[in-house]
Design a protein around this ligand. Structure first.
Ligand code: NAD
Ligand code: GLY
Length: 351
């Protein structure tokens, strides 16, 4: 078991290990003196792990209510958000109670936003069950729902009170979802960890789960501690995301987040090389590691099609947009360009 301590507006531990779900009730009890816990999960995860979590909470003397929604990105919507708040209110949860997100980034983001806003904030614990949520979305306090106009457009920064990542739950992830999570692992390697990059090239998907997740969480911890509210270096975590979010949206979320980020990383690495910001060898290395994980590295859409969605991205500030570009493996920087230059910049990275 590994513990990573995060120092932010709220400090908390991220615990990564085996068998943690069984003991979750004991840990959650200290955030839940009122004795009621609302579990937020999707139908797939509920069928797999809902009963085990409820049993653990019951054994710790905690009553449960549960909000289960249909799995997938579309679940992160305003209707589910309001339904969840209504459920919390109907069951008279107070500020001494707690919300637990069980699942991937979708339940995590939805539950986190509800926790941030219900009664202006109640305790919140994340139990990530996807690799993507383990290494990224469960840590750092970004919570959100999607609006018709785009992803994550309504949200709050709200750090969890604890994160328990039971690596055993990853065993039931469909292969495509596991590989999608690998895209976020690769992101940390390209961003700032050449040694991890080299290890992953050797191991492929057979990397040691606990050690690699803890290493990625430690990278995120450092970035969040330096820039919790996303004004500076935290934007580095968006490597591959400007193009990736546009691909996700254009595909009507048929392309999942992690896969879209993989495509976005490939495109931006080639675009950076074509625009003289990194070497072709660097761009090829990014393509190679994505291929090693059977991940795509090209966009199914052209730059013109991507343009409108990319410009509606939260990362645009007025007529400027900040991209994350590799300068070498393990070294990325923020690169701000005029919004009018974006299409040509990205076009250079699309095959
Ligand atoms: P997800 O929560 O939809 O999970 C993907 C699929 O895997 C779902 O169908 C789910 O039912 C299934 N699943 C989850 N755990 C499982 C398990 N153990 N076994 C079998 N099936 C399982 O999506 P995700 O990929 O985890 O997260 C993507 C979301 O996270 C996006 O909405 C993205 O915007 C968000 N995100 C947020 C942050 C943040 O900082 N808040 C960071 C990155 C991504
Ligand atoms: N996943 C991006 C962030 O947490 O900032």
């Amino acid at each position: 078991m590994k513990t990573i301590h995060v120092n932010a507006s709220r400090s908390y531990d991220v615990i990564v290990g085996s068998g943690l779900l069984r003991g979750a009730g004991e840990v959650i009890r200290s955030y839940c003196p009122g004795g009621v816990c609302a579990i937020v999960t999707d139908d797939t995860v509920d069928a797999l792990y809902g009963a085990a979590l409820e049993e653990s909470l019951r054994a710790a003397g905690i009553k449960t209510v549960k909000y289960v929604f249909f799995h997938g990105e579309q679940g992160k919507n305003a209707q589910n958000y309001v339904e969840l708040l209504e459920l919390l209110a109907e069951n008279q949860l107070t500020r001494t109670d707690c919300i637990v997100a069980l699942g991937g980034g979708v339940p995590g983001d939805l539950a986190g936003f509800a926790a941030a806003t219900y009664l202006r904030g109640i305790a919140f614990v994340q139990l990530p069950t996807t690799l993507l949520a383990a290494v990224d979305s469960s840590v750092g306090g970004k919570t959100a729902i999607d609006l018709n106009a785009g992803k994550n457009l309504a949200g709050a920064f709200y750090q969890p009170h604890a994160v328990l990542c039971d690596v055993d739950t990853l065993a039931t992830l469909p292969d495509a979802q596991f590989r999608a999570g690998c895209a976020e692992v690769i992101k940390y390697a390209v961003l700032q960890d050449e040694e991890l990059f080299n290890d992953l090239m050797i191991s492929g998907t057979a990397f040691p789960r606990e050690a690699v997740i803890a290493r990625c969480v430690a990278h995120k911890r450092d970035i969040v501690a330096a820039d919790e509210f996303d004004h500076g270096c935290r934007q580095l975590l968006n490597l591959g995301h400007t193009v990736g979010h546009a691909i996700e949206a254009l595909s009507d979320f048929e392309v999942c987040h992690g896969e879209a980020v993989a495509m976005g990383m490939g495109v931006i690495a080639r675009a950076a090389a074509a625009n003289g910001l990194c070497s072709m060898d660097c761009a090829r290395a990014v393509e190679d590691i994505l291929a090693r994980f059977d991940l795509p590295s090209n966009s199914p859409y052209g730059a013109e099609a991507l343009q409108e969605v990319m410009l509606s991205d939260k990362k645009r500030r007025g007529d400027r947009i900040t991209l994350v570009v590799p300068r070498g493996i393990g070294q990325c920087t923020l690169h701000t360009i005029a919004a009018s230059e974006l299409t040509n910049f990205v076009k250079a990275g699309i095959l």
